[in-house]
Write a protein that binds this ligand. Structure first.
Ligand code: PXP
Length: 253
């Protein structure tokens, strides 16, 4: 059993843009992530271009040997760029201008028509599509109906509860964590439908192992915690450390 690690390098572009400078260079971050053992690069081209820009998408696509996962909203302008860049995977996410980061899964029930249309357009051009969704059975059923072959389970709820719901048993802290159970059931249901299951958001060096252990998880997409550690230890080391967290827990199961 193996679980891939996709590194979200948006924060490198955020830092670059903060000073209106040309560094740090996201393309170099993709190369360093590869050196550290990353299995994929994830970038989010937002409508407001607050971090990743079109030029980053094209340069990373043209230079990185790793599979590229482009996170995007179902917006015509961004779909057009995706069709040109041809990433290996497009992950469809909700997007609000006022949010600091993606705040929840897509409402696949409410947005079914636009999702189905976007999935078809991208898949017709040879791009696989994933939908970022909360661990909710009806949402997952709807994602499957769009024709997408992948989902990414939103782990933000789990990550938030993993810090706040510690309980104690036999002098050991355990997580009385319904959120983890939701992820496990959602992953199982999605796989029964034939979907490939990725997961991400809010994962860090402390809470990732439990998600990596969920049966059948294909890939974890992690950004903030890895880039934060990279400030102190360098990106190659930070990626290696996360790979070790994942591989160690898989070896123990
Ligand atoms: N997956 C998706 C769909 C996201 O939008 C993000 C945040 O950009 C991530 C994963 C990574 O989240 P984090 O930065 O909290 O690791």
């Amino acid at each position: 059993m193996s679980v891939s690690l996709g590194i979200n390098i948006d924060h490198v572009a955020t830092l670059r843009n903060a000073r209106g400078e040309t560094e740090p260079e996201p393309v170099l971050a993709a190369a360093m992530a590869e050196l550290g053992g990353a299995d994929a690069i994830t970038i989010h081209l937002r409508e407001d271009r607050r971090h990743i820009r079109e030029r980053d998408v094209m340069l990373i696509r043209g230079t990185s040997k790793l599979p590229l996962n482009l996170e995007m909203a179902c917006i015509d302008e961004i779909v057009k760029i995706a069709l040109q860049a041809k990433p290996n995977l497009c992950t469809l996410v909700p997007e609000k201008r006022e949010e600091l980061t993606t705040e929840g899964g897509l409402d696949a029930i409410e947005k079914f028509d636009v999702l189905e249309r976007t999935v078809k357009t991208l898949m017709n051009s040879g791009i696989e599509v994933s939908i970022f969704v909360d661990p909710d059975i009806e949402q997952i059923r709807c994602c499957h109906k769009t024709g997408a072959k992948y989902i990414e389970l939103h782990t933000g709820g789990y990550a938030a509860s993993a810090v706040s719901h510690l309980t104690w048993e036999d002098d050991k802290p355990i997580r009385g964590n319904g959120e983890l159970a939701k992820l496990i059931l959602a992953a199982e249901f999605a796989q029964e439908l034939g979907l490939t299951v990725n997961a991400g958001h809010g994962l860090n060096y402390q809470n990732t192992a439990e998600v990596a252990r969920i049966r059948g998880i294909n890939e974890l997409n992690i950004g903030h915690s890895i880039i934060a550690r990279a400030v102190f230890v360098g990106l190659v080391q930070a990626v290696k450390d996360m790979k070790e967290v994942i591989n160690r827990c898989l070896a123990a199961t």
